[in-house]
Design a protein around this ligand. Structure first.
Ligand code: ADE
Ligand code: ZN
Ligand code: ZN
Length: 286
């Protein structure tokens, strides 16, 4: 393929993806943001444009991984990206899984509230927008809603398509990169045009019936966030861990079969996250 002009490689800030992995990779967050931006009401789109312009940005995908980039400087924000619902249980319990509101389920409504507050400063609302865009993504990553005494799969080391990695990173990035032939560079830059093209295709595959069914069911964002986390958790149990071969057989000869099981699930999580992010922004900014 012809080399792309450098200006198309938009830096995603020097992202501090220190181990353990903290989020969908930049590709997942970017595609979720792209799907959402395509479905904003005119009023919400105008507000998003105004807030993004404060820092010279034009697309939600440009700020969708900011929350990972600041993580090294603000380590107290680390737990906001996930919720450790024990894999052995079936449902989220706030008192057990989200002490001090330090989890993704509580942080989504928290930041949506700031974003909705027209009396808050534009800078504060922009920061809240960046959090909402990122966290509605993260809560849809199945391994961001479970823990099996393994940091959400970060401690489950394995080889996937010949590369040393871990279960968490597979679900954050490797499965997506394999399925869509996308690539994130070592410095976390990537080709936004390629990613926007892939997002358009994911979006085009969503049926009108799915769009309706997936939209938030209440005006209570906290209740919806609990549902989204429980949905992710069920897929962690039923697919991510259930389809893993025994530990001694996670080196070679298993990746293709696992990829065929995991990709349809991950594809739908990205689509759902995009649809729901649009709904949250339309509700909050409409
Ligand atoms: N660290 C601990 N649990 C985690 C999870 N579920 N996802 C990401 N990082 C984690
Ligand atoms: Zn994250
Ligand atoms: Zn992650």
């Amino acid at each position: 393929m012809r080399r792309l002009p450098r200006f198309l490689l938009v830096p995603v800030i020097a992202l501090a993806f220190a181990a353990p992995a903290m989020a969908w990779g930049p590709e997942g967050h970017a595609m979720i943001a792209d799907i959402a931006q395509a479905h904003l009401d005119p009023a919400a789109a105008a507000q998003v444009r105004k807030l993004l312009a404060l820092e010279g940005d034009t697309h939600l995908d440009q700020v969708s991984s900011w929350a990972d980039a600041i993580r090294r400087d603000q380590p107290q924000t680390g737990p906001w990206h996930y919720v450790d619902i024990p894999l052995a249980d079936r449902h989220y319990h706030a008192a057990r899984d989200c002490k001090d509101s330090d989890c993704v389920v509580a942080r989504i409504p928290y930041f949506a509230h700031i974003l909705a507050d027209r009396s808050a400063s534009p800078a504060r609302r922009l920061e809240a927008l960046k959090w909402v865009v990122h966290l509605v993504g993260d809560i849809h990553q199945p391994l961001h809603a479970e823990d099996d005494h393994d940091k959400g799969g970060n401690d489950v080391k394995l080889d996937y398509f010949g590369r040393h990695t871990n279960l968490h990173r597979m679900w954050d990035s490797a499965v997506i990169e394999h399925a869509l032939h996308v690539h994130v560079n070592r410095d976390y830059t990537f080709d936004h045009q390629v990613m926007r093209d892939r997002a358009r295709k994911l979006d085009a595959d969503i049926t009108p019936a799915e769009r309706l069914k997936w939209a938030p069911q209440s005006r209570d964002l906290h209740k919806d966030a609990v549902r989204w986390a429980d949905g992710s958790h069920a897929l962690a149990r039923g697919v991510a861990y259930a389809d893993l071969p025994p530990a001694s057989k996670r080196t070679h000869g298993w990746s293709k079969r696992y990829q065929a099981e995991a990709w349809p699930v991950i594809k739908q999580r990205l689509q759902k996250a995009g649809v729901r992010l649009a709904a949250v922004l339309n509700q909050t900014l409409g």
